[in-house]
Every structure is written in C-alpha cells, then in structure tokens.
Design a protein around this ligand. Sequence first.
Ligand code: TXA
Ligand code: MG
Length: 315
Amino acid sequence: METMVLSSKQIKEAASLIKKGELVAFPTETVYGLGANALNPEAVKKIFIAKGRPSDNPLIVHICSKEQLNLIAKIPKSKEELLSNLIKNFWPGPLTLILKRRAIIPNEVTAGLDTVAIRMPKNKIALKLIKFSEAPIAAPSANISGKPSGTKFSHVFQDFNGRIAGIIKGGKTSIGLESTVIDLTSPTPYLLRPGAVTFEELSKIIPKLKLMKSKVKKFKSPGMKYKHYSPNAKVILFEDNKKIKDYKNKYEKQGKRVFVLDEDNLINLSRNLFDIFRECDKNKIDYILVSSISEKGIGLALKDRIKRASYRVIT
Ligand code: TXA
Ligand code: MG
C-alpha cells in the first residue's frame, strides 16, 4: 500500500481517508496516534493488524466535542458533576476517562468490555482531523506493538510506511508520554496509567482517587499486562545511582555498548524518552542504564514507562 504523507494543511484529505475506512496516523500532544473511524468496525480491525496488537487490548476513542462524548458514553447522574469538573480542568488535554459505553461503539474498539476509554486531545491537527472526519477516532499510540511509542513523524514513518493509507506530518509531540488514564466506572475512581495530568492534580478534584496496584491493573486495563515501550537494548533502572558506574564498567569490559541516561529535568526526559530509545537502537546500544526517577508529578508516569520497558530494576 502506498502511504500518503500529508501536511498540516491537508487535514481534509486525511479526513477523507478516515471516512473511507482507512487508517491515518496523526500527531497529538502526547504521542502520535494511529487512527480509524471509531464507529466502523472494519476500519478499527485494520489498526490491530497494522500494529500487530493483541485484539483483547481496547483502544482510546478521541473526540472533539461534548456531543461526541454523549454519543458514545453513558453518564450516570451521580457522576455528572465530577465529570464536568474534570472536563473543565483537563480537556482538551492528556487525560483519558473510562466510562460506560453506548452500543454505537463496536466491540472491536473496547475488546468486548462494557466500558470505553475517551479523550479529547489538545493538538490542533488532531482536533481538526476528528472534526473533518465527522466521527470519533479510535487511536492507539502509533508504534508497532511492544515498541516505543512514536513521538516524531520519522518514528511513525519508519514503523508504518507502506502499511497504512496516510500519515499527517506534524512536529515532535510536546509531552512525549501517553495520556493519564482514569477509571470512573468503579465506586472508587482509579488511576490506571499515569501521564502528564498528574496524580497530585487529579487528587485535588477526586480526593478518593487511588493508584491501581499493578496486579489488579493487569486485570482492569488489558494493555497493562503486555511488555511495552521496549527498545532492543536492555533497559536497567537504578534506584541507587552509586551503582551505575560499576555496571557500566562491567558491561564495557564485556565489549558491550552502554548508554547512561541521566537527566534531572523530568519534563525534558519525558519529551525525549521514546526518541532516545529509538536512537539507541539505531546505534546498536546493548544496555541503557537509567538513573533513579522521582515519583512526583510527571515522574510517576516516566518511571512507569521506564519500568515497563526495563529488564531489571537495581535497588
Ligand atoms: O496519549 C494517548 O493516550 C495516546 C494518544 C494517541 O491519544 N494513545 C494511547 O493508546 O496511548 P494506547 O492504545 O497505546 O493505550 C491505551 C490504554 C491501554 O493500556 C488500554 O488497555 C487502555 O488504555 N484502555 C483502553 N480502553 C480501556 C477500557 N475500556 N478499560 C480499561 N483500559 C482501557
Ligand atoms: Mg501504546
């Protein structure tokens, strides 16, 4: 298949591909998404094939208006106020909400669950694409399943050229990590995946919010049970930075190529993490040694992604 590379001025062309049931990759403020019309099951199936994604891992539906929210989700009276507070504070933006779904959303999107993940992205290209497509867009991160998410056009082109109908060429994504996911369907709201909307910020609006323990998480959020974000290099996360030097020496003596990732600015590191992973692969790095990460603010999300990419954590 020939992949059309579209500029940010060709969003109508991109939308016409979506309307025809084709896949289009597009930038969001978090990572690039691999989009299909969320109301067209045949189109949605193509996402799983293109990514090599297990079909039991549900997708996030991206919307551009409150009307679309009501079209796809059932909102109980008891949750209305909370929901409107969340929307006022964080939408459009990097926050995904799990709600009860309506029948209009096909099983292919939700992997048969009775809930649906919904996000209104902030990126202007993404919002226009949804608007011009006249339908909500189901989109996972644009990467081959298990690999680091795409945060630059070149990443997406590398993974999907020849496999999808179109890619909108935007810039590097501003946040670099996938959205925060919270489940509003259980009596206690749970944070399923940390992201740029932080636990601290959310707790101000949802004081009852709980962090999901990883064992339960695997069950609640199907995507969490898969190994993710992994470069070819073995990632080792250090809780104790004093040990990095010894490991570096040991591996280098074995003739291995070692890259030490030691960045204090967590916002920068979040923005660059997946690109660094991909660059390490290009440079045939064997080991990526990552210095300790604080769990405050975006640190929680960053540490989650690094841990899930990692082969060992050294305490
Ligand atoms: O920032 C993002 O969220 C990006 C951009 C493109 O919006 N998308 C993204 O999608 O990261 P994906 O498919 O890579 O991750 C979606 C996560 C998975 O862990 C999935 O299991 C979970 O959301 N999820 C989706 N629907 C769910 C549901 N109904 N219940 C629980 N978890 C759900
Ligand atoms: Mg993903």
